[in-house]
Design a protein around this ligand. Structure first.
Ligand SMILES: [Zn+2]
Length: 487
């Protein structure tokens, strides 16, 4: 039986009036119940409109029926003021003059018609980010403009973990009852696996989760940050012992699950990432530059990232910035001439016009790549100038359509098979940067509009330009091999 005082760590959060609230949390810690109560309180006493989102409409139906409506049924004082026609409704509750809407994040236009003073996003990491952004625009006219985000985290720097990092980062801190050392619970540092107990990080004497709960208080790491953030995990739940958690860890289907749902921590497994070894093992001493027949790939942005090489190896990479006398596009043109680039593939976004201008300058040597996810597409890469006898505009002919996820998979396989070599110094800064950029990539499984699961590549930080330049280079090399296979 869980008792009132067992949730001591939630009390301060119940009272927290900060407009932006972030909870990075494990499961089963009472956060949803708290948020429902806060929501009804705000509706009744402040009369504000609120939107409460969960990932899908099915999640909404389940949540409202099993949690919200049950709270209303057993608590007459909370039910008071809720419009009687709405007591059983799944989609909305009218409380006095205030409206509370429950919405999913996968149906488009969910957000369009509503206005809101506060948005509450439950299970943020499973929700659709674009729709969350749409909901944000719904509170643009409100004076209150409050947002509550809470979720079990998934991977580092994404979703709720990213927001927590921007917050004041409150940890549940306590003094050891034996030696007074101040600390917060950390799985590796506070666990004695052999004795199946928690211990103090300093004196190693036993501490129970009951003591952690009773002795702790919230303490911010960055008190001057305006977003209020909390990290809640099951190590501070008095009804969960160290032995319980060790057992759960051994039963968990993977480490990711245990970190996310029990510890409330993000986790990125190494096998979902691109290892640095894939690049290091492909370093070569061969003088690739002397081979000729060079191809180039370029990712474009405020800086253009460029990779140059041939089938013997990549021998030049770097980033081009605008200079007072030459733009980064002019520098690319110079590189194309200097290295006698036969085929170049340039990212079409966001600088489509500039990319097409470069293509005009070097007709049928520079191609412009668009990523397209088309399940019916048979090839990974489709060249628009392939079909003979068909007259097209020049802009159409220099277009390349590539399946983003498949070309990334394909490039990783080529690296694995040793088909992409690097004739570059191991410590050359751009080469290290390429590895860093590749390591921001991770693969994840997402559900598409039709409810089908598919795997896709994402970047944790978006700092992935040189990696994409390598992908474009690989597309260019494929073109070269296709037309001059014997060279
Ligand atoms: Zn101690």
């Amino acid at each position: 039986m869980i008792e009132f005082g067992d949730h001591r760590f939630l009390w301060e959060i119940y009272d927290d009036q900060n407009p932006v609230l972030v909870l990075r949390k494990g499961s089963q810690i009472g956060a949803s119940t708290m948020e429902v109560l806060k929501t009804f309180h705000a509706a009744r006493f402040w009369g504000i409109n609120q939107i409460y989102t969960l990932p899908t409409v099915d999640d909404v139906a389940e949540f409202v029926k099993s949690k919200v409506n049950r709270i209303l049924k057993v608590n007459p004082c909370i039910r008071q003021g809720v419009s009687s026609k709405d007591v059983d409704s799944v989609e909305q509750k009218q409380i006095g003059k205030a409206f509370l809407f429950f919405k999913g994040t996968y149906t488009e236009k969910e957000a369009i018609m509503l206005t809101s003073d506060r948005n509450i996003h439950d299970e943020l990491d499973k929700s659709k980010p674009e729709v969350i952004r749409d909901y944000m625009s719904r509170i643009g006219f409100s004076k209150i403009r409050s947002q509550h985000y809470f979720s079990t985290p998934t991977i580092p720097d994404v979703g709720v973990d990213k927001l927590f990092a921007q917050s004041d980062q409150k940890y549940w801190r306590f003094n050891c009852p034996h030696c007074r050392y101040r600390q917060h619970m950390e799985w590796d540092k506070n666990l004695d696996r052999e004795r199946k107990i928690y211990v103090c990080q300093k004196c190693r004497k036993e501490i129970t989760s009951r003591q952690v709960c009773d002795l702790g208080e919230w303490e911010a790491k960055f008190p001057s940050e305006s977003i209020s953030g909390y990290w809640i995990n099951q190590m501070m739940c008095p009804w969960r012992t160290a032995a319980d958690l060790i057992k759960e860890e051994s039963l968990a289907e993977d480490t990711q699950y245990f970190y996310n749902f029990v510890l409330g921590l993000p986790y990125l497994s190494a096998d979902l990432r691109i290892p640095a070894s894939l690049f290091l093992k492909n370093l070569t001493e061969i003088n690739a530059a002397s081979e000729g027949d060079n191809v180039m790939g370029a990712d474009t942005g405020n800086e253009n990232h460029v990779v140059i090489g041939n089938k013997k190896g990549i021998f030049w990479m770097g980033k081009l910035k605008d200079r007072p006398n030459r733009t980064r596009w002019q520098q690319m043109a110079e590189l194309i001439q200097f290295y006698d680039i036969r085929t170049c593939v340039v990212d079409a976004m966001p600088w489509t016009e500039e990319a097409l201008l470069l293509a005009k300058k070097f007709p049928y040597r520079v191609f412009v790549n668009f990523y397209k996810e088309d399940p019916k597409m048979l090839e990974v890469v489709r060249w628009n100038d392939d079909k003979e006898g068909e007259e097209k505009e020049f802009e159409e002919e220099v277009k390349v359509l590539t399946s983003r996820n498949r070309i990334i998979d394909d490039t990783i396989s080529s690296l694995r098979r040793g088909e992409i070599k690097f004739d570059i110094e191991k410590d050359y800064p751009a080469f290290r940067l390429l590895i860093d950029h590749a390591q921001t990539m991770y693969s994840r499984t997402v559900t598409d509009k039709l409810g089908q699961e598919k795997r896709e590549w994402e970047s944790t930080t978006g700092e992935d330009h040189l990696w994409h330049a390598l992908i474009y280079w690989h597309i260019a090399l494929k073109k070269r091999n296709k037309y001059e296979p014997n060279r």
